[in-house]
Design a protein around this ligand. Structure first.
Ligand code: HEM
Length: 506
């Protein structure tokens, strides 16, 4: 191997990692792409929940990129999208060097533990994902694993606007996306500058999409329409399950552990075909990135109009918006309550639509509380049919807001802000695309004339029309109303997050 094209030490310095050589025990050399000890294999069928300290999983965690099984948790992110231009061998050499900066799942779990036990924040988080064209550029192809991945987002049949209408940076071929994430925005920007400068020897930077977490007064993460986001996720780890049980005591009906286990998000890394013979775990995951712009002023104005149309008054006005999402702004599920403010509302997630939680004998099977077309009900019916379609969402809001723009409609943005939607899954076709096209875009799911998903549904009419209960818990009070589309796709792509061993194969 030639000289590393990038000054790794200075890059690591920017990442906040000490460049002082550490004393190591003589024989344990850990390099990216090196097969780590112990040489024990976990299978993809390992039952959940996982324990971070399980030695049998050490190998799996060490060879898996971070952010897949657990969100990285950093407040600021930069997704740097590139098109390779260097000679393929140079690109490969560069990537092999860069791999030392990638945060493995094992490193992420270690940092989590340090944060919990000693309140030490983790360093800059880094991953790399490749599109089908990017893999082809460096002489790798994946067939026939995921046809949707091969087609790419531009070739997907999911109701998206034509690529010619996307932001220019997303219109052409995108080969790879480099994620950097950190809690300190200025340090993250420095690291992104450095990475872009290093990348210039092998690629053109198409765009950097910057994300920053938004929080409500309760410190829960929200999206730009003001609703708590990120509550419902497939869980993989024991500690996550314990927290879930604590926050959802007394409510049962929906189990958060990934129903397919690790197969929910992981596939065997096709670039390490001899993993089993080598006795190593090499898994990857498919990654979807969508830049979704939100017209906040339009949405909030239409929410008020919807309340008027439905004849909702006083405190009930807030229920209009809640019925679009399926949760009130603070996260309270509409199925559980007719108003916001349930205790632990931002974490309540153990409910389904067929149990009776209020002791009033009424379930929500007829959509009398949460409409069938509410966003969270469209993408997760919670009746078991969702099991193979659930994916791990890792999105973050983008764009800045003026002071007072959450309260004052006049100051609310009509564009320039939104969600950098991101998800990991084992199959783009059966998970992301299925949710978007077969459920969200389908007005007849889960029942005839239920209506399009009013948040993400895409249709030529740009409108969702469906029945809303004007009286909570009373399906006979249903009134049909329309709601325009305020989320617009500005671009995106499908990627593959290979195992750490992939970089060794370059
Ligand atoms: C700007 C666009 C979007 C907004 C504003 C948005 C907003 C939300 C909110 C507020 C929640 C409830 C909190 C939670 O459970 O995490 C949610 C849940 C969810 N969203 Fe979205 N979302 C957007 C795009 C998408 C897309 C593109 C998909 C997939 C095609 C998606 C799939 C989901 C799923 C699967 C859930 C969890 C549902 C559940 O398990 O109850 N969302 N979203």
């Amino acid at each position: 191997m030639g000289v590393c094209p990038m000054n790794k030490e200075s890059f690591k310095n920017i990442l906040g990692v000490s460049t002082t050589p550490k004393r190591r025990k003589p024989k344990i050399r850990r390099r990216v792409g090196t097969i780590t000890t112990p040489n024990t294999m976990a299978t993809i069928d390992t039952p959940l929940p996982l324990k971070p300290e399980d030695m049998l999983l050490d190998n799996l965690f060490a060879h898996l990129q971070g952010n897949i099984l657990k969100g990285h948790g950093r407040e600021h992110t930069a997704n740097i999208f590139v098109k390779f231009t260097g000679v393929p061998d140079e690109v490969k050499r560069w990537l092999r060097c860069y791999a030392a900066n990638i945060t493995s799942c094992k490193q992420q779990l270690k940092e989590n533990e340090l944060f919990k036990s000693k309140n030490v924040a983790g360093g800059i988080f880094a991953t790399v994902n490749f599109s089908a064209s990017g893999l082809k550029y460096i002489g790798k192809t994946i067939t026939p694993l995921d046809p949707s991945f091969q087609r790419g987002m531009k070739g997907a049949h999911i109701g998206d606007p034509a690529p010619a209408l996307w932001e220019p940076a997303f219109q052409g071929e995108i080969d790879a996306v480099f994620l950097l994430a950190f809690h300190d925005q200025a340090a993250l920007e420095d690291a992104a500058d450095k990475l872009r400068a290093d990348l210039s020897s092998i690629a053109i930077v198409l765009t950097t999409e910057v994300g920053s977490a938004l929080k409500n007064d309760n410190k829960d993460g929200i999206e730009h329409f003001g609703y708590v986001d990120g509550t419902s996720q497939p869980l993989f780890f024991e500690d996550e399950l314990a927290t879930f049980r604590e926050n959802n005591s007394g409510i049962t009906g929906f189990e958060p552990l990934a129903p397919l286990g690790l197969k929910q998000v992981l596939v065997a890394d096709p670039f390490v075909p001899n993993a089993a013979t080598l006795g190593v775990d090499a898994f990857g995951s498919y990654f979807v990135f969508r830049k979704l712009e939100q017209n906040v002023k339009g949405f909030k104005t239409a929410e008020k109009q919807l309340a008027l149309t439905l004849g909702l008054h006083g405190e009930d006005v807030e229920r209009a918006g809640a019925m679009l999402v399926g949760r009130f702004e603070d996260g309270t599920p509409v199925t559980l309550s007719d108003e916001a403010g349930l205790i632990a509302s931002g974490t309540l997630n153990a409910f389904n639509y067929k149990n009776n939680y209020r002791g009033d004998g009424k379930t929500d099977v007829t959509g009398s509380k949460c409409p069938f077309h509410a966003h969270i009900r469209k993408v997760n019916p919670r009746d078991g049919s969702e099991a193979s379609h659930i994916m791990a969402r890792r999105g973050i809001p983008f764009g800045t807001r003026e002071e007072g723009s959450f309260e004052n409609t006049d100051l609310m943005p009509e564009g320039g802000v939104g969600l950098l939607f991101q998800s990991f899954q084992a199959s783009i076709g059966n998970q992301f695309e299925f949710l978007q096209q077969t459920w969200a875009n389908n007005p007849n799911f889960p029942s005839a004339n239920a209506g399009l998903d009013p948040i993400i549904g895409e249709s030529a009419a740009h409108t969702s029309t469906g029945p809303f209960p004007t009286k909570w818990g009373d399906a006979a009070s249903n009134k049909v109303a329309s709601f325009p589309q305020f989320v617009n796709l500005k671009g995106g792509e499908y990627f593959f997050a290979p195992s750490m061993l992939f970089f060794n194969s370059l």
